[in-house]
Write a protein that binds this ligand. Structure first.
Ligand SMILES: Cc1ncc(C[n+]2csc(CCOP(=O)(O)OP(=O)(O)O)c2C)c(N)n1
Ligand SMILES: [Mg+2]
Length: 803
């Protein structure tokens, strides 16, 4: 038997033994955490647990080949890997189970994520990048099966960019593109489209990623025969294997309990990916689930007695142990000793974590009980308040919720009373809520000084006789300036490279900036977004193009599950400054009409949704976003590329502010709010309304997320006292959101003389052609008549019935 775990360095037997015993210790440490962790759920201390048991050995091998600067994009089984690199302690693991909200104690997400989701910090306290080449990196896990795959592609592609791009400052991100992106995925999750799309894209792009498939034969209760053609992922993926003539993947298959084979496999994979930038798939077979899938069920329900027996005998830790004894590396006694010590270590880590988690709650409880005591003393509702107090006292391990419920309910019994004790309880409650809520709600957007909404407006400057050009020329020439100014900016998508996008907003730029920076991709929206996500996580400034807005749905899962919530779920420890460029609005046809804005607004909180009315405004948004570091979607108006606009002199410099509306037409009778291409129709309608004596004010929302942070629309409504929001989304979509912002958030209801309304497209998808558009989306006559009807209702004499 080959017992050398190293393939390239000769080491002494003592070092060799130390290495193996260290690995054994981590394997046992991780397993013990899994076993004790599950019990914490079963005894009710934690809500849910999912652990890495049965997958320890290959993760030790992966950890050994993982170098500074490398990135992981994995899933919930990888605790052993994280522990082996010193990135996760048993105490961290227990704090995550309990959902401790102190980031110093629960470093993965401050209690926001379920346990089993791993993260390293990419940012300094001020939001600037750390030197990622000097640390081992894990991108932030998500729960969705295969959701880590698109991002993995981009993480790997960043190495390729850094290796080949000139004049780029890679000091904090890369050493000549030598970094490998390591992906992990469960066997069953390879059925997901995201996995298959990523595999294909990785083979085309030839990027340094090593994908490990942890194959335990099951996806929860469902066995392999339902997941993979031929019941074997390697066989299924065989066509991706590289050959002498053609590029593809290096494919490795290895048994998950075979320590030396695993060490060899991972070192090989690492070398191939790192040096040659060839992607590698490692199919790790014969893994097990000693405790079943998660704390939610038991695997005895769905595995045969035979299978359970097999899993017991082939448990990777058990076989590792047997191998250590067989090869005489150490004695049974020493192993038992290790196991005993580790058991003690984990038990005390668990106890400490639980006590730390509870300490603050218990202290708060003490204060609250005292305050309840004081308010009850003189209250006519003494008995009720005492009941609340006694119920709270009875809760030995109080949650924040228990405290909040007790104090808030008690205050109801104090209605109408006045006392210093009550004042103290009110203060405590306000204070408690004000300090607790941010633990759950901060870091949705950047809170740093360069957040996108803090970037100041710089107006376009025009010469005395500005040239009038097609909108796409303004975009193109502005992009030219940006690619010159930001060597780490890149753009890619379908038809983006050679022809410079379908509307030629990037015409000629590939010639100037090269095929890497201005790139064509396959037709695969999810991994286009994945490329952008991964590259943005490694310091590049990707602009990922989705050819038409309607096709963003293919990528919406990655945008909502990964991009939009990245800053939130990492408690601000990672950022993903990705710009999605797309085009929509006012086209014709079910899949080319482009305005599902409500869908975006509701699923992409954490991103900016920008809807410029013309290409100058759009260019200004790109300029603003590149000065900041937050993710956004920019929807260019598809029918605006060939409309004439005046060309500014300060291309690449002027900045459209984010979160600010713009009044395009002053008026006194009604405020019309709209955005994008529809604005042109609204403005035309406003002109025609003038002919019947109605003077409409027209406000361009411009940025939908966030909408009007200065509340300028309110000022308009104060003047006109009437409000109509017009868009081409479905009823109850974006226009309803804007209405809610103006009426509820800005408080405009106080100033209204007429009922506020929305005018939207029909509920169905927009039909094709000029007439399809006219009868599906709000048209000029619809707008005219709706405004007229509002005025008619308030003054029928001046505005007699129209029809
Ligand atoms: C998109 C999505 N669908 C379903 C689930 C529920 N789910 C969680 S884990 C899992 C099975 C995954 O099995 P596998 O990929 O083999 O990983 P294993 O847990 O066996 O390591 C399922 C169906 C999910 N998290 N995400
Ligand atoms: Mg599985």
């Amino acid at each position: 038997m080959d017992i050398s775990p190293q393939t390239s360095n000769d080491i002494s037997f003592d070092d060799f033994k130390t290495q193996i015993l260290n690995d054994y210790k981590i394997a046992v440490l991780s397993r013990t955490c899994s076993l004790m962790g599950r019990k914490e759920v079963l005894t009710g201390k934690a809500k849910f647990g999912i652990f890495g048991d049965g997958k320890e050995l290959p993760q030790l091998a992966m950890a050994r080949s993982f170098k500074d600067g490398d990135f992981r994009s994995g899933y919930y089984r990888d605790q052993t890997f994280m522990m082996a690199l010193g990135l996760l302690t048993p105490k961290d693991l227990f704090h995550a189970l309990y959902a401790t909200t102190d980031i110093a104690m629960e470093p993965m997400s401050a209690g926001r994520q379920m346990g089993g989701h791993y993260v390293t910090y990419s940012l300094n306290e001020d939001g600037s990048w750390r030197d990622l080449t000097k640390q081992k990196n894990s991108s932030a896990d998500i729960s969705c099966t295969a959701g880590q795959m698109p991002r993995l592609l981009g993480l790997a592609q960043a190495s390729k960019m850094y290796r080949h791009l000139k004049n780029i400052d890679s000091s904090k991100f890369s050493n000549n593109g030598d970094e490998v992106a390591w992906g992990t995925i469960g066997n069953a999750s390879t059925s997901e489209g995201m996995f298959l799309e990523t595999i294909n894209a990785g083979g085309v792009l030839q990027v340094p990623m090593v994908i490990s498939i942890w194959d335990d034969g099951y996806g929860i209760s469902v066995p392999a025969e339902y997941h993979a053609t031929k019941e074997d992922i390697s066989e299924m993926l065989e066509g991706f294997r590289r050959t002498e003539e053609k590029q593809g993947y290096e494919m490795i298959k290895v048994k998950g309990w075979d320590y030396t084979a695993l060490m060899h496999a991972y070192e090989n994979a690492s070398d191939i990916a790192r040096e040659e930038h060839v992607p590698v798939i490692i199919h790790v077979t014969e893994l097990t689930q000693p405790q079943g899938h998660s704390s939610s069920g038991s695997h005895e329900r769905y595995k045969s007695q035979e299978r359970l027996e097999w899993e017991k005998n082939n448990d990777c830790n058990k076989r590792f142990r047997e191998w250590i004894l067989e090869t005489g590396i150490t004695s049974e006694e020493e192993l038992k000793n290790i196991e005993k010590n580790i058991s003690k270590e984990v038990r005390s880590a668990k106890k400490e974590a639980w006590s730390e988690y509870l300490t603050i709650h218990k202290e708060q409880k003490k204060v609250l009980v005292r305050l309840l005591n004081e308010v009850s003393a003189k209250s006519p509702n003494k008995n009720f308040i005492n009941k609340i107090k006694n119920d709270l006292i009875a809760i030995e391990e109080p949650l924040k919720k228990d405290l909040a419920v007790s104090s808030r309910k008690a205050l109801r019994y104090l209605l109408g009373e006045e006392s210093t004790a009550k004042d103290a309880l009110v203060r405590w409650t306000d204070d408690f809520l004000n300090t607790t809520q941010p633990k759950y709600s901060t870091n949705l957007y950047s809170e740093a000084s360069n957040s996108a909404t803090n970037i100041s407006e710089i107006k376009p400057i025009y010469g005395q006789h500005p040239e009038k050009v097609d909108g796409r020329i303004i975009l193109r020439d502005n992009f030219d300036k940006l690619f010159e100014k930001y060597p780490n900016a890149l753009v890619f998508g379908e038809d983006t490279g050679a022809i410079g996008d379908v509307n030629q907003g990037l015409e000629g730029l590939q010639k100037k900036y090269g095929k890497l920076r201005i790139a064509d991709t396959g037709i695969r929206e999810t991994t286009i977004v994945g490329q952008g996500t991964g590259m943005a996580l490694r310091g590049l400034r990707p602009i990922a193009e989705i050819q038409y807005l309607d096709y963003i749905y293919y990528a919406l899962a990655t945008l909502t599950d990964d991009v939009a919530c990245l800053r939130y779920r990492t408690f601000g420890k990672q950022k993903v400054p990705l710009i999605i460029r797309t085009r929509g609005h006012r086209l014709e046809g079910i899949w080319h009409s482009g305005s599902p804005m409500g869908s975006l607004i509701h699923s992409l909180r954490g991103m900016y949704i920008l809807s410029p009315r013309n290409m100058t405004q759009a260019a200004g948004f790109y300029n603003t976003l590149l000065k900041s570091d937050e993710p956004a979607v920019i929807i260019e108006s598809l029918n605006g590329y060939r409309l004439k606009e005046e060309k500014p002199l300060n291309l690449g410099e002027f900045c459209t502010p984010i979160g600010r509306v713009e009044t395009l037409r002053k008026g006194s009778d009604i405020t019309l709010v709209s955005y994008g291409s529809t604005l042109r129709i609204v403005l035309q309608a406003a002109e025609e309304l003038k002919e019947v004596g109605i003077d409409a004010e027209v406000v361009d929302a411009q940025t939908l997320l966030p909408f009007d942070i200065n509340h300028d629309t309110l000022e308009s409504v104060k003047k006109t006292n009437r409000l109509l929001v017009i868009d081409e989304d479905v009823p109850g979509g974006c226009a309803a959101y804007i209405l809610n912002e103006i009426i509820e958030k800005q408080g405009a209801y106080k100033y209204l003389d007429s009922a506020p309304q929305t005018l939207t497209a029909k509920a169905h998808r927009p039909a094709y052609g000029t007439d399809g558009d006219y009868f599906s989306k709000p048209n000029l006559e619809d707008i005219f008549e709706r405004v007229y009807a509002i005025l008619h209702e308030s003054n029928p004499e001046e505005y007699p019935e129209l029809r």
